[in-house]
Design a protein around this ligand. Structure first.
Ligand code: GRF
Length: 211
């Protein structure tokens, strides 16, 4: 089993998509070992509890320094023998030592087709505002491994979503979630849990069994 910790900060609809697949039995190799939020009010914690999953809040506010907060986070992950970390709407920037310890074992979902509309400060609704401002006809979502940069790690899956003339950032955000994020995040998890995903020396992802 792949012990998977999901890190969240907000509503947790991406977490829900994963939990639903676990209940359905279509992620048989995945064990959600913890859902961890930096934000005590995150509805994602409620979703985890309802699903009977270990839900905990590790807030930077509860620690004297950033270092202590990171150490608590790392300890919680190690105690649960975490194999894979999924960032599902997690607004915490992970420390370099965690990224190095979990090289190619941390995945993130970003609501655009990377390298468009990503990087420092480009998250949440802002991504969709920028896409509409630029007038793109197609946007989408990307699941990638996390490296030391912001949204720069190896790309695992992407899915395109049409932009409509009358879209607002909110309607576009919703369609990107429904048509792309909630599908490709569980799908990436499924592929990784089956041992089908590898990263080569150029930082390119290969998926075994795909042409
Ligand atoms: C999603 O749009 C995700 O792509 C981004 O943060 C949002 C989280 O939404 N990283 P939710 O908490 O999963 O509902």
């Amino acid at each position: 089993m792949l012990n998977t910790a999901v890190l969240v900060s907000g509503g947790g609809t991406n977490l829900q998509a994963i939990l639903d697949r676990c209940v359905e039995g279509t992620l048989p190799e995945v064990n959600i070992c913890a859902v961890i939020s930096n934000n005590p009010g995150a509805y994602a914690l409620e979703r985890a509890r309802k699903a009977g999953v270990d839900a905990l809040c590790i807030s930077p506010k509860a620690y004297p320094s950033r270092e202590d907060f990171y150490d608590a986070l790392i300890q919680a992950l190690e105690e649960r023998h975490t194999d894979l970390i999924v960032l599902a709407g997690c607004l915490v920037v992970l420390p370099g030592k965690l990224v190095r310890a979990y090289r190619n074992r941390i995945i993130n979902i970003h609501p655009s087709l990377i390298p468009s509309f990503c990087g420092t400060g480009c998250y949440g609704l802002k991504v969709h505002e920028e896409a509409l401002k630029r007038g793109v006809r197609v946007t989408g979502a990307t699941v990638h491994f996390v490296d030391e940069g912001t949204d720069t790690g190896p790309i695992i899956l992407q899915k395109a979503v049409e932009v409509r003339e009358d879209d607002t950032p909110e309607t576009l955000q919703r369609r990107v979630m429904e048509q792309a994020e909630w599908k490709i995040l569980p799908e990436a998890l499924s592929l990784i849990s089956q041992g089908r995903v590898s990263v080569d020396g150029q930082g390119h992802v290969h998926i075994a069994g795909e042409a």
